[in-house]
Unconditional design. Structure first.
Length: 171
């Protein structure tokens, strides 16, 4: 019985429970990507993972990966929400789903120009956001495999970790 307690204490003494930092960072980015794709299915896992990382004093690289991953997941969720609002607006104003564009001449010279313009904005905008999502999380994972720490100023600003500029005082 005493030997089992010693083994458990050694596991708790190890940083990150002995799991390599790279694996934890990649796991953090995959969880963030999953949060964007399926919030309801991944939210509990994301909360438990973040709780373990921050309460059990994991490595700073893992904490940064969790911060970056969850902030970008939130931003992409907001972008998808804006596209849902745009789609609802188009459906409300024009009634029904988008029409297909057969050729470029129909796009500019037909009566439904505005409906087609919103359709193009929605379709290509959503495509750009999808590509950006894959590229950003892909770059995060590639950088983790090369053991480069991602420490973006943008995330520090969002979290309020940036030191405020000193105010100018009169001499």
């Amino acid at each position: 019985i005493g030997r089992g307690v010693i083994i458990m204490e050694k596991v708790y003494e190890k940083k990150n429970f002995g799991i390599p930092v790279t694996i934890l960072i990649i796991l953090a980015y995959f969880i963030g990507y999953s949060l964007v794709r399926s919030l309801s299915g991944t939210l509990l896992i994301a909360i438990l993972f973040a709780g373990a990382v921050f309460s059990l004093q994991f490595d700073d690289k893992v904490k940064n990966a969790v911060k970056h991953s969850y902030i970008f997941a939130t931003l992409f969720h907001l972008m998808y929400f804006l596209f849902d609002v745009l789609e609802s607006f188009i459906n409300m104003v024009f009634g029904g789903r988008f029409n297909n564009i057969n050729n470029i001449g129909d796009f500019f010279y037909e009566i439904n120009f505005f409906q087609r313009a919103f359709n193009a904005l929605y379709t290509y905008g959503l495509l750009i956001v999808d590509i950006a999502l894959v590229v950003i999380f892909g770059l995060f994972i590639i950088m983790a495999l090369f053991k480069k720490d991602m420490n973006l100023f943008f995330v520090k600003t969002v979290l309020g970790e940036v030191a405020s500029k000193p105010k100018k005082q009169a001499p």
